[in-house]
Design a protein around this ligand. Structure first.
Ligand code: HEC
Length: 326
């Protein structure tokens, strides 16, 4: 703890549990090194004065032999300084290396221009939001060149290398906003990769998670439908522009008639579309393979309603049919 109280003004405030593990050894080693410097240089000056050649001294002083005791003390002192520094840093080093069990898993992707922080529920943000007192475990990858995640207030500094996944973790001890930098000095990334850790109280964090987790917040039903189309994999098999991919295009599906493989003609109304999404293989559209994965249990009624609203916006019959349905 030597000196840490007044010297920590050099470093950003302590915002994570790592901070004391980094600063305390740093300042302790700093103070001890400064003392060692004063002692060594001081002794050198004293010895220079004391043992300089005086008038009348012979050209060569007779050899004195080694003082084994002094030599031993010197070697021991030097080694113990090294051991002292090592043991000071060891605990913090080990603690920084292993994320605690139960830490929130957040994926970090660096690219020239921005950071993507991916939360367990799939939410992606450009600032890193964390809950105070709850450890977060970061899994870092880069989409292009080598980067460096640097969060000074958390005492986190972690290189991110192309083709490799690196890790870091921290636990905030204070609420507030703390800068994140790209520790890599490059004209391209220096400014654009500046963002922040936003450390929130448990109540604020929970409220934020609920708000971003609710895909319906701030979106119309059709917009939610479009989001689900992109998120749920529909996009892979259904185009929006009339092109047949694996399944029929979503253009002009709603309200249109289709022939099924069993020879029936169906109308793609709300009920049929709902059935098609939940149990697609019960009634298969003619000319297609029954390869669509059932979404029963994956999408709830409100989400399916949103997809139907989205399909209406893509259909010439969507508007009229939508009016009737209301
Ligand atoms: C693996 C590819 C695949 C995925 C993913 C997929 N579908 Fe399909 N879908 C198909 C195929 C093939 C058909 C036609 C055969 C059938 O009716 O099962 C189809 C048919 C449909 C139909 C009936 C179309 C019509 O012309 O009446 C609807 C509605 C539909 N899918 C909605 C969805 C939605 C919504 C999603 C995403 C939540 C989705 N599909 C994901 C392959 C897929």
């Amino acid at each position: 703890m030597i000196g840490s109280a007044n010297l920590s003004a050099w470093f950003p405030e302590w915002a994570s549990t790592h901070a004391p593990d980094v600063d305390v050894p740093f300042f302790d080693i700093y103070v001890v090194s400064a003392c060692a410097l004063v002692v060594t240089v001081g002794l050198a000056v004293v010895f220079l004065r004391t043992y300089r050649r005086q008038d009348g001294d012979p050209d060569r002083m007779p050899a004195q032999g080694n003082n084994k005791l002094l030599l031993g003390v010197w070697v021991l002192a030097a080694v113990s300084l090294g051991v002292y520094a090592f043991q000071l840093g060891l605990a913090g080093y080990v603690a920084q290396d292993v994320a605690p069990y139960g830490a929130t898993e957040i994926g970090v992707t660096a690219r020239e221009g921005r950071w993507d922080f991916t939360y367990p529920d799939g939410t992606v943000t450009d600032t890193l939001r964390v809950e105070v007192g709850q450890p977060v475990h970061l899994t870092l990858t880069t989409a292009d060149v080598a980067q460096n995640l640097s969060i000074p207030a958390m005492r986190v500094q972690q290189p991110i290398l192309p083709g490799r996944t690196t890790e870091a973790w921290f636990e905030t001890i204070a609420v507030g906003s703390f800068p994140i930098h790209s520790g890599t000095f490059s004209a391209l990334t220096q400014d654009s990769l500046a963002t922040a850790v936003i450390s929130l109280s448990t109540a604020d964090y929970d409220a934020w998670v609920a708000a971003v987790g609710d895909i319906f917040a701030g979106r119309t039903m059709a917009e939610v439908g479009e989001l689900l189309y992109n998120q749920q994999g529909c996009k892979a098999c259904h185009s929006l522009d009339g092109a047949t991919v694996v399944g029929p295009s979503f253009k002009n599906v709603y309200g249109f008639e289709f022939l099924t493989t069993s020879g029936e003609t169906i109308t793609a109304d709300d009920a049929y579309i709902k059935e098609s999404i939940l149990t697609p293989n019960v009634s298969v559209i003619d000319g297609f393979q029954p390869v669509m994965t059932p979404y029963a249990g994956k999408l709830d009624d409100r989400e399916i309603e949103a997809i139907i609203e989205f399909l209406k916006t893509l259909s010439e019959r969507g508007h009229a049919a939508g009016q009737e349905g209301k």
